[in-house]
Ligand binder design. Structure first.
Ligand code: 4AD
Ligand code: MG
Length: 463
């Protein structure tokens, strides 16, 4: 066996008469008088290959094992298909069973299984229509990310996953340690002095690669990271994961305007890429998951985003006449109900909010002339809320030192970050996009747990 065999997506391109082998997993099998119809998928495209098995064409004993979930190979001839929705099908002449799947116990049997149930069989759900489509779209979006930045001269860099710096304050952190006493089952018995721990001090899984990305941008000019990110917040919402993937570009010689322009261009590019490359999958999502999906994605790919300052947004929200659960007031963080109202009801497409109060944003954001707001931006998308968070960074040493002090952060641990402002400082900016939120937006999937193969949330790291 060789990986260079044809995928099912390629078999659809062949002309009648060609002799081929089709490899995959059985979606369904239907029998009628003297003939069986098998739907076969190898995950290469949304459409299943239909295989027609006439009586006596393959070994009858083997055919019994062609049931939902079985892994098989059919050999045969490409023929014109009389059925609607497909030009060709495979007329079977041979069959090999690689792995049967007992219909009495195979868990992925019925159509219409709930998303909750499918999460419990995350190791098998990729074989169904929905999750095959999700992971194909996820792949194309990831490819689009690299393509987008490569075309613009950005360098792809890898920032550390383990870090002793807790400076960003983006969220609660997971500690990484080898110094816990544990019993034979791995349960903690005692903890020791952090100085004796593996890294010599408390160390954590990163919440963002931004600060390190800044150091690389101040030398390579334009860089980006695309890696796993960890947050230990105890929030079980449909938009939060404890382990998610983040894309973080960082640009030297760049202001907040440049940052917003890049964010907008980036989202439109990746969405257009998915529209071009995953039309079969997106049509399925449009039919089964989110009725307006194709219309809204096309609109977003073609039109600009609305831009508004935080102060303007607060005014609009105060005058909205809506009865929000959380009251709106200048100086408080926007809740997801506010964000969704702005983008879904008020504007009807993505909105970029800028210039937030300095108290509710991270220390590294550049202080505005007013002394009250910072050069922050959040991109809010309908259905999702915040999809991107970014800012122009504070490049002035004295202002940055002042802000670090005001927020009570350990300046001595940030010596290397401050060095960037001591030696060759420059206006620079960047943002972070939660990759799973982009996948949710493009597929219309409602829960972030359903756009990553294995989801990590409070209480779940099983598989
Ligand atoms: O807004 P955040 O916290 O920004 C940062 O971490 C900056 N350092 C980014 C930068 O400027 N380089 O996170 C960025 C994005 C959010 O907008 C959201 O899309 C996503 O990361 N995100 C999450 N996605 C899934 N689960 C979570 N728990 C997330 N927390 C943030
Ligand atoms: Mg944010």
């Amino acid at each position: 066996m060789d990986y260079r065999r044809q995928y099912i997506k390629d078999l659809f391109q062949l002309s009648p008469g060609e002799k081929v082998s089709a490899y995959g997993w059985v979606k369904t099998r239907r029998d009628s008088k003297g003939i069986s119809f098998v739907q076969l998928s190898d995950g290469s495209c949304f459409k299943d290959l239909q295989i027609v098995v006439e009586e006596g064409a393959v070994d009858a004993e083997s055919l019994k094992h062609v049931t939902t979930g079985a892994c098989v190979r059919f050999d045969g001839e490409i023929v014109e298909s009389p059925a609607a929705g497909q030009a060709v099908e495979l007329k079977a002449a041979g069959l090999e069973i690689y792995g049967a799947a007992d219909p009495m116990t195979y868990p992925l049997q019925k159509k219409g299984a709930t998303m909750e149930f499918l999460r419990e069989i995350a190791h098998l759900r990729v074989r169904g229509n929905t999750f095959g489509a999700v992971f194909r779209v996820r792949n194309q979006l990831a490819q689009a990310v690299h393509q987008f930045f490569d075309e613009r001269g950005f360098h792809y860099i890898h920032t550390p996953i383990i870090t002793a710096s807790d400076a960003e304050g983006a969220g609660a952190m997971f500690q990484v340690t080898t110094s816990m006493g544990h019993d034979e089952k791995g349960y903690n018995i005692t903890t020791k002095d952090p100085a004796e721990d593996f890294f010599g001090k408390p160390s954590f899984l990163t919440v963002s690669g931004q600060l390190e990305a800044e150091t690389l941008a101040l030398g390579l000019t334009n860089v980006y990271t695309f890696g796993p990110t960890f947050r230990a917040e105890n929030s079980s919402t449909s938009r939060h994961l404890a382990e998610f993937w983040m894309i973080e570009p960082e640009m030297a010689f760049c202001s907040l305007e440049g940052d917003m322009n890049l964010a907008e261009e980036f989202l439109r590019y990746t969405i257009q890429h998915a529209l071009d490359k995953c039309s079969g999958d997106l049509e399925f999502f449009n039919q089964r998951i989110e009725p307006e999906l194709l219309k809204t994605l096309t609109l977003v790919a073609e039109s600009g985003f609305e831009r508004m300052t935080y102060t303007e947004a607060i005014k609009v929200l105060e005058n909205s006449g809506e009865n929000f659960e959380y009251p709106v007031a200048w100086g408080t963080d926007l809740q997801s109900e506010h964000e969704r109202w702005l983008t879904e009801v008020k504007v009807g497409r993505p909105v970029i909010l800028t210039d937030y109060p300095k108290e509710i944003k991270a220390f590294y954001m550049r202080l505005n002339e007013d002394g009250k707001t910072v050069r922050a931006m959040d991109v809010l998308a309908p259905r999702i809320g915040e999809i991107i968070g970014g800012s122009q960074r504070e490049e002035r040493l004295d202002v940055l030192e002042e802000k670090i002090k005001a927020q009570g952060l350990p300046a001595e641990e940030l010596w290397w970050y401050l060095d960037l402002r001591r030696f060759g400082s420059v206006p620079h900016a960047g943002f972070g996009l939660g990759f799973e939120r982009l996948v949710m937006y493009v597929t219309g999937m409602k829960n972030i747990r359903d756009v990553i193969p294995y989801y990590r949330v409070p209480g779940n790291a099983d598989f």
